[in-house]
Design a protein. Structure first.
Length: 271
């Protein structure tokens, strides 16, 4: 990608507590399993989605449900991507997004919208924003929130505030006054995912705030809440389909822009 006339890199990532928009290099990821509904739009041409047991899909826009292992290859070196945290949106609206991306007419219009919005952002810059702003800008509507049990909502908010936390299921269950088995069952019923998988994704997602800064990855792994660099590497490869070295080296020119409703909890990182 070129540099915009405003002097800012055309590679950037907008991050709110419940949404991420990425404009940058696609790289060559292997199988990945993102913890969010993922929408992918190649900047030019089409992309190919492969999911085990399903026929490949090719299109200008592709949508993949959260936590589903998949591979995406693209004709373009640059892609636009939108991630939507599934616990923040009702199932009906998540299903409608996937349906829209699979409909030939609607998909073409939505892909064009993403590219037009990107061109405007690359030229004009972006200031504070919220998750609701993402929905209105990219999808032209507000997504309805998932109606979570208050106890599970409390746990979700805790991980949004401190994603690298090592808080255990036992701790969460105790905090919301439930037995561990009841908490784990209720968490999966309410969010559609198990607690350990959710915790691993939130920790991996938090890495996105810092992928453009060069640092010692072994030290970074510990600061990010991982027990060691091996666990860090395996976790990131499982989520993003890339080795940490590839993820960080491909993001050096990436500008990270945080929304008004998010603050990364990795402070005082060692170089």
């Amino acid at each position: 990608m070129r540099r915009s006339t405003s002097g800012r890199s055309d590679r950037f990532m907008l991050i709110s507590s419940e949404r991420v928009f990425y404009a940058g290099l696609h790289g060559k990821p292997s199988v990945r399993a993102l913890g969010a509904l993922a929408i992918c739009v190649p900047l030019h041409g089409t992309a190919r989605l492969e999911i085990e047991g399903q026929a490949p899909r090719i299109g200008e826009i592709l949508a993949v449900p959260a936590y589903l292992p998949h591979t995406i290859t693209s004709e373009s070196r640059e892609i636009l991507g939108l991630l939507i945290e599934p616990e923040s949106v009702c199932d009906e609206d998540l299903a409608e997004i996937i349906r829209q991306c699979n409909d030939p007419v609607a998909a073409g219009l939505l892909a064009a919208r993403f590219r037009e919005i990107y061109a405007t952002m690359a030229l004009g810059g972006t200031n504070g924003f919220t998750s609701a702003d993402f929905d209105q800008i990219f999808l032209n509507r507000r997504l309805r929130p998932r109606d979570l049990d208050g106890r599970i909502s409390e746990v979700v908010s805790r991980f949004q505030a401190k994603p690298s936390s090592n808080i255990s299921g036992d701790d969460c269950a105790s905090d919301v006054r439930l037995s561990l088995s009841r908490f784990l069952h209720l968490f999966k019923d309410e969010t559609g995912m198990n607690f350990k998988t959710f915790r691993a994704w939130k920790r991996g997602r938090n890495i996105l705030h810092h992928v453009n800064v060069e640092r010692n990855l072994a030290h970074f792994a510990l600061d990010a809440g991982y027990p060691d660099s091996t666990h860090f590497s395996h976790s990131l490869r499982r989520i993003y389909g890339l080795k940490p070295t590839a993820l960080f080296s491909g993001s050096r020119r990436l500008q990270i822009i945080n929304g008004r409703d998010v603050a990364s909890d990795l402070t005082g990182l060692r170089a």
